[in-house]
Design a protein around this ligand. Sequence first.
Ligand SMILES: *[C@@H]1O[C@H](CO)[C@@H](O)[C@H](O)[C@H]1NC(C)=O
Ligand SMILES: *[C@@H]1O[C@H](CO)[C@@H](O)[C@H](O)[C@H]1NC(C)=O
Ligand SMILES: *[C@@H]1O[C@H](CO)[C@@H](O)[C@H](O)[C@H]1NC(C)=O
Ligand SMILES: *[C@@H]1O[C@H](CO)[C@@H](O)[C@H](O)[C@H]1NC(C)=O
Ligand SMILES: *[C@@H]1O[C@H](CO)[C@@H](O)[C@H](O)[C@H]1NC(C)=O
Ligand SMILES: *[C@@H]1O[C@H](CO)[C@@H](O)[C@H](O)[C@H]1NC(C)=O
Ligand SMILES: *[C@@H]1O[C@H](CO)[C@@H](O)[C@H](O)[C@H]1NC(C)=O
Ligand SMILES: *[C@@H]1O[C@H](CO)[C@@H](O)[C@H](O)[C@H]1NC(C)=O
Ligand SMILES: *[C@@H]1O[C@H](CO)[C@@H](O)[C@H](O)[C@H]1NC(C)=O
Length: 360
Amino acid sequence: MGRIFAVILWLSVLVNVIVAQKYTPKDNILLNCGASDPQSTDTDGRKWNSDVGSKFLKSSKGSSTAKAATQSPEVGEVPYLSARIFESNFTYSIAVAPGRKFVRLHFYPSSYSNLNSSNAIFSVTAGSFTLLSNFSATQTTEALNYEYLIKEYSVVVVGDSLSLTFSPSSNYTDSFAFVNGIEVLSMPDLYDNADGPTLVGGGLSFPIDNSTALEGLYRLNVGGNFIPPTQDTGLYRSWSDDTPYIFGAAGGTTSVIDPELNVTYKSLPEYTAPVDVYSTARFMTMDNKVNVNFNLSWVFAVDTGFTYLVRLHFCEIFANISKPNQVVFNIYLNNQTAFNAYDIIPLKMAMGFLMFRILW
Ligand SMILES: *[C@@H]1O[C@H](CO)[C@@H](O)[C@H](O)[C@H]1NC(C)=O
Ligand SMILES: *[C@@H]1O[C@H](CO)[C@@H](O)[C@H](O)[C@H]1NC(C)=O
Ligand SMILES: *[C@@H]1O[C@H](CO)[C@@H](O)[C@H](O)[C@H]1NC(C)=O
Ligand SMILES: *[C@@H]1O[C@H](CO)[C@@H](O)[C@H](O)[C@H]1NC(C)=O
Ligand SMILES: *[C@@H]1O[C@H](CO)[C@@H](O)[C@H](O)[C@H]1NC(C)=O
Ligand SMILES: *[C@@H]1O[C@H](CO)[C@@H](O)[C@H](O)[C@H]1NC(C)=O
Ligand SMILES: *[C@@H]1O[C@H](CO)[C@@H](O)[C@H](O)[C@H]1NC(C)=O
Ligand SMILES: *[C@@H]1O[C@H](CO)[C@@H](O)[C@H](O)[C@H]1NC(C)=O
Ligand SMILES: *[C@@H]1O[C@H](CO)[C@@H](O)[C@H](O)[C@H]1NC(C)=O
């Protein structure tokens, strides 16, 4: 089964006193790898436990702990300033309940114990899934101009523990692997759909089941601000501002929900997305003659050869839009029609999301 990458798009910003009911993950494990303090708190107030002496390390043989040689001002001390270093294959066995989990790996490329992170080329597997291969945190952060990296995956654990294996590449001498932080969180079945999401461009679609692993690539609060993990709905996802992804000069207009309206989840589980996501949006003008001359587009850099899952969240935020045929638009993914004449009012009771898959 091929790997699937989730490209996650969200329509919506700010304001509103209502707080969506939070999901409580059964497993909520935060490991501060190589840390000398048994427990420490990050800048968001989340508590991380050191992996040193933890039940997740059957033995620390084949690994060592180290402090980052440098600290960039943008990088939080927890979990980034300590790391566990692997000079040969090493497996964490993390006891969890069976089911789908978010696995987030945190990397801060620095020098550790005189090992230069430029030499850290490695792979990471979670059970039978390869999460990263021939991976260099240094090259990736340099290419993206980031100080540190968070790689997010969603995998199903069938038994009672998740095996996370770090393997230094055998193709390079002096290669090693490292990790600064590991998060493992239970998640609800966000992708549950009997027939699977619509495959754009036709062809056989297939459901997202236990054999499907996903990597989270982009998650945007469209028309809104960055939402940090602690302000998500208990799933600790982060939501970025969408402006860097707008294609071309036609960025439309952004707005927050009319004060007389409330975000009402009805049958949609409240953990689907925070109120902030649904209460902000980006839209075209109210003049159809102007709208036919441009598309509102977002562009994402992705790798070829994968299937991408796209979730689009919609919520009507204007009180004067309440009838069918007032706002109707086409949705294209990669220039292919994903939805013809989408009208949020009759289709989704003015609130919800659409899921598509696309081959690229
Ligand atoms: C690590 O190696 C890279 C590439 O060889 C080099 O540019 C960099 O200066 C080295 N960093 C340190 C701290 O030695
Ligand atoms: C591994 O990564 C290096 C550097 O990015 C690249 O030159 C090389 O072709 C990659 N090897 C494989 C097998 O993908
Ligand atoms: C998927 O995995 C869960 C958790 O291990 C299990 O309870 C469920 O039966 C599995 N579903 C299928 C169709 O195998
Ligand atoms: C280490 O892991 C890699 C990738 O999973 C595997 O190809 C290799 O055989 C393993 N090496 C040893 C010594 O087990
Ligand atoms: C090592 O290089 C070979 C040949 O380029 C490639 O097939 C293999 O995937 C590489 N292994 C790793 C662990 O990157
Ligand atoms: C919105 O929520 C507020 C606070 O709960 C409530 O007072 C108000 O009546 C609600 N408005 C609508 C239109 O449901
Ligand atoms: C709906 O209200 C917004 C402001 O809340 C206004 O900009 C827009 O023109 C109105 N649209 C229609 C169709 O009346
Ligand atoms: C979509 O169409 C535009 C305009 O024809 C073209 O410039 C662009 O390369 C196309 N994009 C893709 C992904 O095919
Ligand atoms: C909008 O995008 C679609 C799909 O790529 C294309 O067919 C259409 O010509 C575009 N419209 C404008 C006005 O650029």
